[in-house]
Ligand binder design. Structure first.
Ligand code: TEU
Length: 580
């Protein structure tokens, strides 16, 4: 490691990073395309984010996670990167990013970069070079000849049966060489071959370059896909599917620990107290516990997908939507709490740029219950043990998009799903209903700053329609209302910073089988907190005999201040400090 990359030389940020600082932190995710547009082209940008940092400061968050702003053909809104060391002109310049990092640090906010290194763009120079079979970069990607006995390009000639996440096979034929390359996502997102040590060293060098620029950590996109079964075996074909699941062969491969530990060492991630969170679809508690075991020096925490996959029919894909009984959700979060209680650490989230809006999905976004349900979901999540993530607009109780026609959708996953479903003759109405509930565009409608025509997001035509409900759901209105969802998030975040029991306390779930109540006890020394939450749109009476004695307990935060007793209104919740 060169002296210029030693921990003490990191400009302006090391003093913000004590060991384990992220255990008391709250992270705020910004999806740059949809946050704030400074130049009126209808797409959010970095100067727009910088201009809105006061919103984050007032909310009290500690970290800004920036979804990708790198140079990209934007096939997947920037998760397809063609230059890891530059900023796409759509979002601004490197100088704009330096200014954002500095402005964050001035406010005591750390900056987390999105690291997308399972794949590059097909327009990345590495891949462009790799297309030539005689190039030294050929082995940087997964090139394979057609399946034996098949002619390149003929049906079923793909090297294995894997489906891509965005529809169709996970293999694309390159006519020139007659070979296929692997892409677990779109054909413009070829998978890097991490078996090749040059690939790994190139990634680590790029990461060091960002660390030297002052970033405080990395959110690692599908990081458990970097180690694959090198034999790339066919996957099981689920009922109703034409192609096989790539999961067993492409995730959690035999060298995952080795690669993560090597990355940590080579970039000095733990040494510099940089925050690392690995996005890990399909990760189990066992795997998460293992890779976040501090003694292994791999990752600080992972994003599990278990709780956001519970509303999928067994054996189905994300569009096959099932009811989600409350006990199933509670018990799932509980199992992660218990599984990572003594070793490892949890991340906590309802929302991100890939998930529908929490209040529409787990709450009730009707005018009657939206505010209470958004607050109650926040209280419940933030009173679990782990690092909470707030996705832009969640703190306002922003809702799903409510698009009526396929033309309004922009996301590659939604657009491709619709096309392939229509090709297969699926019922159009059912497909549109699934999109309405599950499309990633639900999370991506522009941030609602005020009640002006484009919600204060842009002076131009927004790239994705603004939700018409911005006339009453917006940051300006929330600022003016002491009972807003925003005020509730501020109070919750302040409590985490004030009370060690919120970040450190042991976790216990009471009444696990109750289908309306979510009841949590947190204990740290003599401190004890109780969350009593009605997670339903009907009133409920909480059973006194099964709860701790609430006499003399002080209410720290409530959806309906001033009320007391065990008869709870729809979506009413309280956080009590239990006097001992
Ligand atoms: O998502 C990983 C992932 O598992 C996706 O399949 C995602 O969950 C999908 O949207 C489910 O419907 C990450 C990024 O968060 C996502 O935005 C990218 O599209 C994807 O990786 C590829 O980089």
């Amino acid at each position: 490691m060169s002296p210029s990359t030693s921990p003490t030389s990191v400009p302006g940020s090391t003093e913000l990073r004590a060991p384990d600082w992220w255990k008391t932190a709250v992270v705020y995710q910004v999806y740059p395309r949809s946050f704030a547009d400074s130049d009126g082209d209808g797409v959010g940008d970095i100067p727009g984010i910088t201009s809105r940092l006061d919103h984050l400061s007032r909310l009290g968050v500690d970290v800004l996670w920036l979804s990708p702003v790198y140079t990209s053909p934007m096939d997947d809104n920037g998760y397809d990167i063609s230059d890891y060391q530059d900023v796409d002109p759509l979002f601004g310049s490197l100088a704009d990013l330096d200014a954002l990092i500095a402005a964050c640090h001035d406010r005591g906010i750390r900056l987390l970069m999105d690291l997308v290194v399972n794949h590059t763009s097909d327009e990345h120079p590495w891949f462009v070079e790799s297309r030539d079979p005689s190039s030294p970069k050929r082995d940087w990607y997964w090139w394979r000849p057609p399946r034996p006995g098949h002619e390149a390009g003929s049906p079923g000639a793909e090297p294995n049966n894997w489906a891509a996440a965005f529809s169709g096979p996970a293999w694309q034929l390159d006519e020139k060489s007659g070979e296929y390359y692997l892409h677990l996502f779109s054909a413009k997102q070829p998978d890097l071959n991490w078996e090749n040590p040059e690939v790994r060293q190139a990634v680590y060098a790029m990461m060091r370059w960002w660390v030297d620029r002052g970033v405080d950590g990395f959110r690692m996109d599908v990081i458990n896909f970097i180690s694959k079964d090198p034999t790339l075996p066919d996957g099981p074909v689920l009922p109703g599917q034409a192609l096989g699941s790539p999961f067993a062969g492409s995730a959690n491969g035999p060298r995952l620990d080795e690669f993560l530990a090597e990355m940590n060492r080579e970039v000095g991630l733990t040494d510099r107290h940089l925050l690392t969170v690995g996005e890990m679809p399909g990760s189990t508690i066992e795997l998460a516990r293992h890779v976040t075991d501090a003694s292994r020096r791999e990752l600080d925490m992972v994003f599990t997908f278990e709780h956001v996959d519970l509303d999928v029919k067994p054996g189905g894909v994300k569009w096959d939507i099932a009811d989600l009984p409350l006990p199933v959700l509670k018990r799932n979060l509980q199992s992660w709490q218990l599984g990572l209680a003594d070793v490892g650490w949890n991340s906590l989230y309802w929302n991100n740029h890939d998930q529908p809006r929490a209040v529409s999905r787990f709450g009730d976004d009707s005018p009657e219950h939206r505010v209470s349900s958004a607050k109650t979901l926040a209280t419940v999540l933030h009173l679990h043990r782990g690092t909470p993530y707030v996705y832009q607009g969640e703190e306002l109780g922003m809702t799903n998009a409510d698009f009526g026609s396929i033309e309004q959708y922009r996301d590659i996953e939604s657009v491709n799903y619709y096309a392939s479903a229509m090709g297969l003759g699926l019922d159009r109405e059912a497909v549109m209903r699934s999109l309405l509930i599950k499309s990633r565009d639900n999370a991506r409608t522009p941030m609602q700053w005020d009640d002006s025509p484009n919600a204060g997001f842009s002076a131009g035509e927004p790239w994705l329609p603004v939700n018409p409900n911005h006339t009453f759901i917006n940051a300006a209105a929330a600022e003016a209302d002491p009972q807003s969802v925003l005020a509730h998030y501020r109070a919750l975040i302040a409590l985490r910073h004030k009370l060690p029991v919120v970040s450190e306390g042991d976790f216990a779930l009471l009444l696990p089988d109750h289908d309306q109540l979510w009841v949590i006890v947190r204990t740290h020394g003599d401190d004890r907190l109780l969350v009593l939450a009605n997670c339903a749109s009907q009133p409920v009476s909480a059973p006194a005999a099964e709860l701790p004695d609430l006499a003399g307990a002080r209410v720290l935060l409530a959806t309906h201040p001033g009320r007391d007793g065990l008869d709870l209104l729809p979506w009413e919740s309280r956080l009590y400090n239990l006097a001992r």
